[in-house]
Ligand binder design. Sequence first.
Ligand code: COA
Length: 159
Amino acid sequence: MLRESEARDRTAFVELLASPDVHTYLGGPGPRDVLERDLPEVPERWAGSFVVDLHGAMIGQVLLRRASRHRPSAVGKVDLGYLFLPRAWGFGYAAESCTAALGWFADVLPSEPVVLATQTANVSSMRLAAKLGFTEVERFHAWGAEQWLGMRSSVTPSS
Ligand SMILES: CC(C)(COP(=O)(O)OP(=O)(O)OC[C@H]1O[C@@H](n2cnc3c(N)ncnc32)[C@H](O)[C@@H]1OP(=O)(O)O)[C@@H](O)C(=O)NCCC(=O)NCCS
């Protein structure tokens, strides 16, 4: 289930944001003690931030937000992001959640494409992007690694 974040998700957010495995291709994890101290009581509650809930517990986060620091071709477009706790990898939950979020987005803003950036070394993320229908716009070097920028055309909402 996709839902907005709640105070009971705070521990899972700390786990997610402090996990070295989750941040292997994302510039490294945040310091756990700083996250424990500084995360708001209800973390990451903003329009476009979805908690992925499995049987009542948070297993990940899906994000849709305006791209600001992307390549010129992507600036201002909506960008898809996804982070899942390692124990939830390999079950198809990321694909299912992102498909649902993209479906919601296509209903809300039908004509807008979505972009996605990931390191090419992030094989799971590259596979997920392809599964979700993103196609390559360009590859470029930034933050010490090769990056992949993909785009997904708007999908006509189901009536
Ligand atoms: C990127 C990330 C979300 C991918 O998670 P994931 O669980 O591998 O992704 P999916 O939901 O696509 O599931 C993948 C596997 O689940 C398996 N699976 C098991 N049961 C399944 C089911 N019922 N339906 C679909 N897939 C299933 C599939 O074999 C699939 O593997 P495949 O891609 O080889 O077909 C995860 O690795 C992650 O959180 N990484 C850290 C954060 C990160 O790097 N984010 C990218 C930011 S750009």
